[in-house]
Ligand binder design. Structure first.
Ligand SMILES: O=C(O)C1=C[C@@H](OP(=O)(O)O)[C@@H](O)[C@H](O)C1
Ligand SMILES: C=C(OP(=O)(O)O)C(=O)O
Length: 426
């Protein structure tokens, strides 16, 4: 297994232009496919999760051209749902933003589609989405375990009407349903069962649907109305913002060991909820400055916070390792769904934080972290989870440094992460 040793870094400073947002890249690719007209996407993310979406679209006959560095994509929209004459099997890795939206989108047209992924994908639920699609007439069969991929879709279009969807495990199910709703046979009203998690991701979905000409009426994240007769039309160009979750590591670095760090490509005009990570850092004491498309963080004495971070589930992981440099006990609450992501992130985070000497309480849906008087170095296991690897790079700010096992797992969303991180060390 490859390991990456991070020697102690005394100060960081500089500017990082953050690669494109995973969430926006995969949504925009799918909407551009369903839309009428050609779309040019710029600052597209070049990472595994996007490659799985792009490869699937190609296999399904969608025509696009990518620039040499894979960040500009000119895609010819179908102006119609996806159809296939022969049965197709699509491999989607561990990309939730490909699996869930494609599962919904492929029920719209005609043909037989099998969706598969990595072993971890087979443990990540999709049943709440499939139950809702079935209410609209979809024919979906599980190939192994009920409620989980792999699955086969026999597509023949979707009816409209009233539909219920559970909101308490993942917002990606609702995102998927929203994106197909305008292409069903009638208006769709979606009713949320339970409290919806990760709400800001729904704002990203609605904002992108609006860019492609479709209106969603949002009644307080409890009921959504999508009128029939709407059509996706390409806006011509879509600029993908920098990924706000990826920005969190550099902002935390600036707060712990700046100098100052400026991230560009994402700022106060962002449609991504994870920019609110900067507000949490500020509450911990960091000096934060906002521009329309940049955020700066400067070093300050950090103190612990006790906060509900359901709205920023991905960036919240960065708070768990920033907590190693804050005075007191940091508590991150209402994050049950960390357990069903790339790994059981509550268990993984607790195990690895303990290795460096922290006192950790792992609850059913929370974690609390108290730093030791002196941090220890360790070999950090990353569980094939890009965010475990990126979060633990913060340990380079301890006098002992850190070793990251399997650092290449960052390829899911940020293949160049460790070289960007190294560039900031003064
Ligand atoms: O819709 C999206 O783009 C995402 C939604 C979130 O998932 P959940 O809604 O499952 O929390 C987030 O963790 C994931 O990385 C991306
Ligand atoms: C949860 C994540 O990914 P996915 O889109 O596969 O759900 C993540 O990137 O942290």
């Amino acid at each position: 297994m490859k390991q990456l040793r991070l020697e102690p870094v005394e100060k960081v400073s500089g500017v990082v232009n953050i690669p494109g947002s995973k969430s926006i890249s995969n949504r925009a690719l799918l909407l551009a496919t369903l839309a009428k007209g050609k779309t040019t996407l710029t600052n597209l993310l070049d990472s595994d999760d996007i490659r799985y979406m792009l490869a699937s679209l190609k296999q399904l006959g969608v025509q696009y051209e990518l620039s040499d560095n894979n960040t500009v994509c000119e895609l010819e929209g179908l102006g119609n749902p996806i159809t296939a004459k022969q049965a197709e099997t699509l491999f989607l890795g561990n990309a939730g933003t490909a699996m869930r939206p494609l599962c919904a989108a492929l029920t719209l047209g005609s043909g037989e589609f099998t969706l598969t992924g990595e072993p971890r994908m087979e443990e990540r639920p999709i049943g709440d989405l499939v139950d809702s699609l079935r209410q609209l007439g979809a024919n979906v069969t599980y190939l192994k375990n009920d409620g989980f991929p792999p699955l086969t879709i026999n597509a023949d279009g979707l009816n409209g009407g009233e539909v219920e969807i559970a909101g308490d495990l993942s917002s990606q199910f609702l995102t998927a349903l929203l994106m197909v709703a305008p292409l069903t046979k009638d208006s769709v009203n979606i009713n949320i069962k339970g409290e919806l998690v990760s709400k800001p991701y729904i704002d990203i979905t609605i904002a992108l649907m609006a860019q492609f000409g479709v209106e969603v009426i949002n009644h307080d994240y409890r009921r959504f109305e999508i009128k029939s007769g709407q059509q996706y039309v390409s806006p011509g160009k879509v600029l993908v913002e920098g990924d706000a979750s990826s920005a969190s590591y550099f902002l935390a670095a600036g707060a712990i060991q700046g100098g100052e760090v400026k991230v560009t490509g994402v700022g106060k005009l962002s449609i991504q909820g994870d920019v609110k990570f900067a507000d949490v850092l500020e509450k911990m004491g960091a000096d934060i400055e906002w521009g329309d498309d940049y955020i700066i963080s400067r070093q300050a004495k950090l103190t612990a916070v006790d906060l509900d971070m359901n709205h920023i589930p991905d960036a919240a992981m960065t708070i768990a390792t920033a907590a190693l440099f804050a005075e007191g006990t940091t508590k991150i609450t209402n994050i049950y769904n960390w357990r069903i992501k790339e790994t059981d992130r509550l268990a993984a985070m607790a195990t690895e934080l303990r290795k460096v000497g922290a006192t950790v309480e792992e609850g059913h849906d929370y974690i609390s972290v108290t730093p030791p008087a002196e941090l220890n170095t360790a070999d950090i296991d990353t569980y094939n989870d890009h965010r475990m690897a990126m979060c633990f790079s913060m340990m380079a700010f301890a006098p002992c440094g850190i070793t990251i096992n399997d650092p290449d797992c960052t390829s899911k969303t940020f293949p160049t992460y460790f070289s960007e991180f190294a560039r900031l060390a003064c």
